[in-house]
Design a protein around this ligand. Structure first.
Ligand code: COA
Length: 152
């Protein structure tokens, strides 16, 4: 069973593991190893990551007491992070997180995100549409993603 809670202190490192495995295991069909390492490097920097994850204050999905995914929605409708652990993808975790985002953003007219090539179909299934394809530069490495939005 999947249940969703709000982020709390102590989840920083487990969510780094979710983030790392989501990208490094989950996106291998769509990005090169060089791109994946630029996106999520090997080295874990606790202070940097801690500030980042506390700053977005995500919802966290648990299965059997273990954090397996997380996603946020900011007050302007921006979804900054949306990640499911590489070993728990296609188990409904992403759907549960998206349902939580919809529930928590009833007051918003628009949701939008910069979505990976890997996650594009999932966001489309959730009702988002592509606004444009983009190329982003991460540490000198170019990656493709999509600006996608959901208008209510
Ligand atoms: C994309 C992602 C968030 C989806 O979460 P998930 O827990 O695997 O999704 P679910 O199990 O809830 O799947 C929901 C539906 O989307 C589909 N789906 C999930 N990932 C998909 C993918 N990569 N391509 C196509 N369809 C996908 C599932 O088949 C399922 O379809 P169904 O409802 O017809 O059965 C997750 O796979 C992930 O973190 N991927 C890698 C990291 C990433 O790119 N994150 C997004 C950054 S913007």
């Amino acid at each position: 069973m999947i249940h969703i809670e709000c982020f709390k202190s102590g989840l920083e490192h487990p969510l780094w593991e979710v983030h790392r495995s989501a990208v490094r295991l989950g996106c291998t069909n769509d990005y090169t190893e060089r791109q994946l390492k630029a996106w999520v490097p090997d080295e874990y920097k606790p202070d940097l990551w801690g500030n980042r994850i506390r700053g977005i204050n995500p919802f966290v999905a648990f299965k059997g007491g273990v954090a397996v995914g997380y996603a946020d929605v900011q007050s302007n409708g921006y979804i900054d992070h949306f990640f499911v652990h590489g070993k728990h993808q296609n188990e409904g975790v992403g759907s549960a997180l998206m349902a939580k985002i919809f529930e928590e953003s009833k007051n918003l007219d628009l949701l939008f995100s910069h979505v990976s090539v890997t996650a594009k179909s999932f966001f489309e299934k959730s009702g988002f549409v592509v606004i444009r394809e983009q190329r982003v530069d991460i540490k000198g490495v170019e990656l493709a993603n999509y600006l996608m939005e959901y208008r209510k």
